[in-house]
Design a protein. Structure first.
Lengths: 164, 164
DNA sequence: TATTGTTATACTCTATAACTATA
DNA sequence: TATAGTTATAGAGTATAACAATA
């Protein structure tokens, strides 16, 4: 009845080309590829994407609170608990009560957690370089800028960036 | 002890800047933004990302099999079942047994399913344009090419593209 | 009253094993 | 034996409601 049907019946040319025109579809597959490679990379040091991200911010901002970390990572507070539990179980970070506000806990990387982060960070940088190989000169920078522009386009114009 | 710690104690400058150097982190947030906007967009016609994608390929390739669809969408066969169920329940597609191979079923969009796709496709194109607004001239095209390059970088060099 | 960390819970997406009916 | 569709199940990631302790 249609060309597409003819293609389907007489050949096996069934692919995802009808969806390739959309940025979102290409981004989903690219992100899946990155996520799979990153998780395989981080498995070498027994971390995953979220525990690495949390550790990176705890290293960068010693004594930050879980609520601050959740906000910086754009995840809900309940979902952070198991991530922090996991890092604490590995003795990569410590939870110490805040003397000024006994509701809060300060997160800090231990020396071995700092070492773990340094090793993981090197692996992630290598992973990032591997995934962005063969891009044109400046392509990696332009890609990051384009991704941030898309993120900005999703924020309501009234809020300059207050929402998650 | 460190500048970062000083920042944390004396101000509230806790953000995700330490992770912004990674392409993967920026892509995760950009994709989250796209996914949220797309799902809100498709909710207008009671579809979601996966049901829209499946419907698009069924419209493009009438009578294709579920196994072909699963392969084209890079999802496992079991995960396709509920997607097809959902589209069939809405009378957007039909499952008809293949007379030549009674194990297989041919998927085809109904007239109302075709109309549903046309409406949804227009909405998704508007969504895509909205999310890629303010990119430089040719930026959208370059972005898609960069995303496809990242996808290609994740495939083992030995396999030209046979794996998912 | 509001906030911090937490528990419980639910929903989506994804992945694997195993079944049935066909081939 | 192998394949197509299916069922059951499990694991992530994510979201909300509600609680105890504290502000």
């Amino acid at each position: 009845m249609t060309i597409a049907q003819t293609i389907n019946i007489y050949t096996n040319e069934v692919d995802d080309s009808p969806l390739r025109e959309f940025v979102g579809y290409n981004m989903k597959l690219a992100f899946n590829a990155i996520q799979a490679d990153l998780n395989a990379t981080l498995a070498q040091v027994d971390l995953r994407m979220l525990t690495f991200s949390a550790l990176a911010l705890i290293v960068a901002y010693p004594d930050l609170r879980q609520s601050q970390l959740a906000q910086a990572l754009s995840i809900e507070r309940p979902n952070l608990v198991q991530i922090i539990d996991e890092l604490e179980r590995r003795a990569a970070i410590t939870r110490t009560p805040d003397p000024n506000d006994r509701r809060a806990t300060a997160l800090r990387a231990t020396p071995s957690g700092q070492q773990l982060f340094d090793r993981a960070n090197t692996l992630v940088q290598e992973h990032d370089a591997r995934m962005t190989e063969h891009l044109a000169r400046g392509g990696r920078h332009h890609l990051i800028k384009a991704l941030q522009m898309i993120e900005a386009n999703s924020l309501p114009p009234s809020q300059g960036g207050m929402s998650k």
